[in-house]
Design a protein. Sequence first.
Length: 169
Amino acid sequence: MRKCIVQNDGTDDNMVKLIGLKNLFSKQLPKMPKDYIVRLVFDRRHKSLAILSDDPKVKGTDDEIIGGICYRAYHDMRFAEIAFCAVSQAQQVKGYGTKLMNLLKMQAIVEGVEYFITYADNYATGYFKKQGFTRTISMPKSRFHGLIKDYDGGTLMECYVHPAIDYTR
Ligand code: ACO
């Protein structure tokens, strides 16, 4: 297993990975409009952290992607919004969801991000809670007001990322 950060930089390699991520999110988040997923995954302000399989047989196919999180960092405000988070059906409940989030927390420290914020699907709030997210938003509203769109059918959750913690230990 290896991790990578993917962004729409026009390279063939990243395009293949972004298409795989778009397919993963569309499959695992069926209620999300597909065009919205495409727009955000390929938006140049968004990045995705992906966990990839080392199996040479799946290299370059959608099956290479075990899981991914698409996020947008607002560096001035030192927070990031998690747009989509998913693990492929066959790989769920094996700990990859936790691995993904821990790797993203380490990436947040590198990028100077202090808080994550997300609209969690109601059936996924348990997963986010286990990753340290709370329904209580301690970040001052002025930091994210106007940047995060209200979204019906989800629960706004927040996670503080401590810069001195090694989340991968
Ligand atoms: N509700 C409650 N607890 C959960 C859920 C859930 N839906 N999913 C996982 N957990 C728990 C597990 O039991 C585990 O607990 P433990 O550490 O005590 O054993 C812990 O969370 C982590 O489990 P993992 O095996 O690491 O999680 P997994 O690899 O299955 O990934 C994920 C979790 C990403 C939610 C996956 O099930 C998935 O892709 N689901 C479909 C897509 C989805 O719902 N994504 C989130 C939507 S919201 C958004 O994207 C902003």
